[in-house]
Design a protein around this ligand. Structure first.
Ligand code: C2E
Ligand code: CA
Ligand code: CA
Ligand code: CA
Length: 275
């Protein structure tokens, strides 16, 4: 048994060494990717349920890796966050997203995800102003999505940053709502324009009656606070029907469209009703 333990230990060490090496490789590759840059944005639409038209798009970053192909954000955003490369990457995303949105019809908005690290970086407001100015984009068309992770730290400083961003005229959305702690308290304390109901609740709609009750509660809370409510991860017509019934303002998900490259958005930009 003793020999066996040593074997397991050796195996674990080897596994650790491989994991550390892999992480290091991602980090080095990421530095090169930022210099080029090897990133691109895909855009996923929001469907407004009031008029069945596309009201905006969320920008989602992808990494066009020279040998690995298209890499998903879950593989590199965490590494970028640990190394502060996320600030540079986030700045690129903001500028690129605003530049693209400036080519769309005026009523179509653009939403950009902000990492908590980027949110705390001193230059955030300046970066936002520069991205808007460069693109010639009306600030009211830009929405910044933040998660509860942003709100966990020093809430006075957070509130000051949020108000600073609001003064620029941009909108603020609470992303992945319902997955963190004390969500209700945050809604009262911070000036959000939109609540994005986390996709785990939407996935549960068909199987758990309490998910329906939760979605209804969030929707009516949002309405009474003057906030838009967007359901994420809508994949079936049944979910869409339930969300309409619950009074949700907007939906987003594979049922409407997967995230697509900018060149493939034309059919969604026409302003026509979506069936
Ligand atoms: P998120 O902000 O919650 O984005 C939604 C994710 O759900 C996206 O994954 C999207 O492709 C996926 N999704 C959309 N509709 C459906 C659906 O109907 N079903 C399912 N199963 N999934 C759906 P993606 O693009 O892989 O992004 C993952 C996360 O990476 C994002 O979650 C966001 O937290 C982060 N991320 C993406 N782009 C950026 C960025 O530019 N900056 C920062 N800081 N984070 C980003
Ligand atoms: Ca998001
Ligand atoms: Ca989300
Ligand atoms: Ca998420």
């Amino acid at each position: 048994a003793k020999g066996e333990g040593r074997g397991v230990h050796r195996f674990f060490e080897a596994w650790m060494a491989t994991a550390v090496q892999a992480r290091r490789t991602v980090e080095l590759d990421l530095r090169a990717a930022l210099a080029e840059p090897q990133f691109e944005l895909h855009f996923q639409p929001f469907l407004a349920l009031g008029n069945n038209r596309i009201s905006g798009f969320e920008a989602l970053v992808r990494w066009r890796h020279p040998t690995r192909g298209l890499v998903a954000p879950s593989e590199f955003i965490p590494v970028a966050e640990e190394t502060a490369m996320i600030v540079t990457l986030g700045e690129w995303v903001l500028r690129e997203a605003c530049r693209e949105a400036a080519r769309w019809p005026d009523h179509i908005g653009i939403s950009v995800n902000l990492s908590p690290v980027q949110f705390r970086s001193a230059a955030l407001a300046l970066t936002v102003v520069a991205a808007l100015g460069e693109a010639g984009l009306d600030p009211r068309r830009l929405e910044l999505e933040i998660t509860e992770g942003v709100l966990l730290q020093d809430s006075e400083a957070t509130l000051a940053i949020l108000h600073q961003l609001k003064r620029l005229g941009v909108r603020i959305a609470m992303d992945d709502f319902g997955t963190g702690y004390s969500s209700l308290g945050y809604l009262r304390a911070f000036p959000f324009d939109k609540i994005k109901i986390d996709r785990s609740f939407i996935a549960d709609l068909a199987v758990r009656p309490d998910a329906v009750a939760i979605v209804r509660a969030i929707t009516s809370l949002g309405a009474s606070l003057g906030m838009t409510t967007t359901a994420e991860g809508v994949e079936t017509p049944e979910q869409l029907a339930q969300l309409r019934h619950a009074g949700c303002t907007e939906v987003q998900g594979y049922l409407i469209s997967r995230p697509r490259p900018a060149a493939e958005l034309l059919p969604l930009l026409s302003g026509a009703e979506v069936p």
